[in-house]
Design a protein around this ligand. Sequence first.
Ligand SMILES: Nc1ncnc2c1ncn2[C@@H]1O[C@H](COP(=O)(O)OP(=O)(O)OP(=O)(O)O)[C@@H](O)[C@H]1O
Length: 241
Amino acid sequence: MNDHAVLMENVTRTYGKGATEVAALRQVSVAFPRGGFTAVMGPSGSGKSTLLQCASGLDRPDSGTVRVAGQDITRLGEKELAVLRRDRVGVIFQSFNLVASLTAWQNVILPSRLARRRPDPRRVREVLHRVGLAGREGHRPAQLSGGQQQRVAVARALLDRPEVLFADEPTGALDRRAGHEVLALLREAADAFGQTVVMVTHDPEAAALADRVLFLVDGRIADVLERPAAERIALRLGGLR
Ligand SMILES: Nc1ncnc2c1ncn2[C@@H]1O[C@H](COP(=O)(O)OP(=O)(O)OP(=O)(O)O)[C@@H](O)[C@H]1O
């Protein structure tokens, strides 16, 4: 067993062609240690979301390799990739991505239902309880606060106990307190459940909860800080712009 949940080697991702070509990632090599919590920061357009999408199998790099749980996902066909994403990876977005017509419970089990599985109701209850939504199972997104909606999305990502949780600005649409609750859940996923967390954020205070902060500039890793305080992150970030 290697101790990296995700290993990216020489990953390049270019969008567009000719005059409109943009190199979103340039030969990026990075390892995300098992059970670690990594924040990814950098100026707008530096490649953070692209890195997350390539690492999670939502996007394919043009070259380089991405190993998730030891498997090179760049070599997998669509079906195999879908299975790996389903079984090993959880994803959380800034905009929650919930279905408005479904209840919290139904949103949490939706990916399983689409994969023709029947999740154990005890597990669904447990995971909704863990994110603080006991008693809100029957509420639809419009009947929940932004923080509660994001916690539904976290519960959905946690349901199948994925080895890796990817979060793209998970607190971007939340106020401080709600954001902190979501971050605490991500921290707990790493500390109590040994899950690997990779989170893109613009917020130095959010990044300060991570074990390590990667800074991207123009598609390259410009710096890595271990367990930095928010002030140091903000300073480093200011120096990059
Ligand atoms: N689908 C796409 N088509 C064309 N260009 C794209 C596409 N997605 C991203 N890009 C470009 O790739 C670069 C990196 O984008 P990316 O979204 O990864 O940056 P980011 O660091 O996440 O930015 P932000 O903080 O603004 O969300 C940008 O220049 C962006 O315009």
